[in-house]
Design a protein. Sequence first.
Length: 118
Amino acid sequence: VQLQASGGGSVQAGGSLRLSCAASGRTFRVDAMGWFRQAPGKEREFVASITSRGHVKSHSDSVSGRFTISRDNDKNTLYLQMNSLKPEDTAVYYCAKIKRWPATYDYWGQGTLVTVSS
């Protein structure tokens, strides 16, 4: 399994970005997936997760109501729509494959940088 995150960039506070994570392999549609982020000098933080068919989603308290995780199994792609961005959302964002729901991960993408300026 290979995961390729993209869509990061620089945006002003209040703006929006959509991250994508393209997955290789034939198991994407049966894999639960998640997004994490790591800000400079901080530990990696859970952002959101989604089950294989998208029926169950979980978002951290810090992004709930602003970020939305989704997926397109026909395109083997995971998404993270980020609205109302804040400077504290600045981080490298990683997508990951869940080995065992809800919080055991086994494959990680390379990360995409999101920078939010005030």
